[in-house]
Design a protein around this ligand. Sequence first.
Ligand code: ATP
Length: 543
Amino acid sequence: MDMDKLVSLCKRRGFLFQSSEIYGGLNGFWDYGPLGVELKRNIKEAWWRDMITGHDDLAAPAGAPDVFQMVGLDSTIIMHPQIWKCSGHYDLFHDFMVDCRESKKRYRYDQVRGRWLSAKGKEIFVCTSVEASQEDADLQQRALKFFNLRGKDVDQLAWKGETITLAKLERQPSDEGSYSAVLGPDAKELGTLTEPREFNLMFKTIVGAMGTEEDAAFLRPETAQGIFVNFKNVVDSSRVNVPFGIGQIGKSFRNEITPRNFTFRSREFEQMEIEFFCHPSQSPQWYQYWRDRRFRWYTDLGLAGERLRLRDHDQDELSHYSCGTADIEYAFPFLPPGEFGELEGVAHRGDFDLRSHMEGKLVRQGETLVVEQGADGKPRHRGSGKDLTYYNEITRERFLPHVIEPSAGADRATLAFLCEAYHEDQAPDEKGEMQTRLVLRLHPRLAPYKAAVFPLVKKDGMPEVAQRIYRDLKSQFTVYYDDKGAVGRRYRRQDEIGTPVCITVDGQTLIDNTVTFRDRDSLKQWRVKVDECRAELGKKVMA
Ligand code: ATP
């Protein structure tokens, strides 16, 4: 699938717009248009329903080690700054970046890619930061320009080895701490890139009128911490018993150094996170359960092909507190063949988070986690001091629960569902001639409109019947009414936004009170009685 085609469809049909577009846009920020907002809401609602409100608190679902409860939460975006100090985000939440002294641009260290080549007796490492599909062309063009060569002189460029990231570049002894043979992604001269430096990804803001550094706060980079700091409130107010989970959907903010790949890496995005609290002895089984359950959620909604995979992290990839992590990944079309991008991480976090908020920021010491101390011997970042342990009244045991965290991104899920749904096939037009048809094969639960209702022509009482059907369906489904243009064209307009069913009122309706139902994917048509439209549509889209 060609990513440019999807991007253009998203803009043309009102799924996604660049934020602040009339002012030239703002890098890393995206707006969802009239259809995009419906699609994303449907994804979030499917998640909320499948994980929280639709969960059966009375019986253990298949694969679960026990019965459990699920509840929801909506915490604030700006929270007490100490939360981020104890969670580790204040000290640790960073990426490495390199600056270019010449172009004044900043790049993520692991995203600058380049390749060695020699020409005119000189050896250089030429870099690029463009997307994978344009990488080779950009490298060639930049090399030609650097050596003052023309297109017909490409033979003079002797490339060596594969394209690798700057992070993998073996430094020359002559480099002496600088990238002397490296041509930065936007530089004209060699050796303009700085050494990699750390850069905190949290957006800072000021709370209150004083505007001093003491009033500095952060926009949350994840929704999870809002759940941990409310753990005790939920236990005390909701009659939940461990094991149980708290789910939250909300905005998160990360000052990504190089936002890219459409909405995949944005600076403002939405997360759908669950923190599942359980007894330490059962946590490995619960980890397994959530890892499999979350993977199945995507496949049930249509990401069923080879492009989706569940990948367990290697030991050296695990965070210092994690006993197991798996990523649910999708082979987005903008990635090089064989590469996958993360949709969701499912992590076994042990008691790291609750302990951090009780005692203070933790660090690993050998096999155990201890409170990090400052030079004065006191905790570097003090915890809340509140008791966050849980008391089981039946077993009379007090313990600090372990946490399993399935953490998903609503925007990345939306993008993956769009990529997977995008198809071009052949379908006959009005004259029976085969034409290329663009169709979004979205799962009916996710489709922005569940049906479109058309009168075949705007006369003979057809619009009146069609409008009656439209109004009747509207009370239960999101439906669209269209009476403009040839009916074939109206079908096409619905196909390319993923509407699963079109309902047409035609000449026969006036004779036998039936309408034509048409299926988006199979193009099959069948007749349905006018007063059975609601039930028939329900069967099609709620199956
Ligand atoms: P990456 O390595 O791709 O930056 P991450 O491992 O930092 O992601 P997490 O901290 O695990 O991501 O966040 C959980 C989920 O939030 C991710 O799986 C993803 O779906 C979503 N997410 C994280 N960062 C972004 C972003 N910049 N834009 C859109 N979604 C994001």
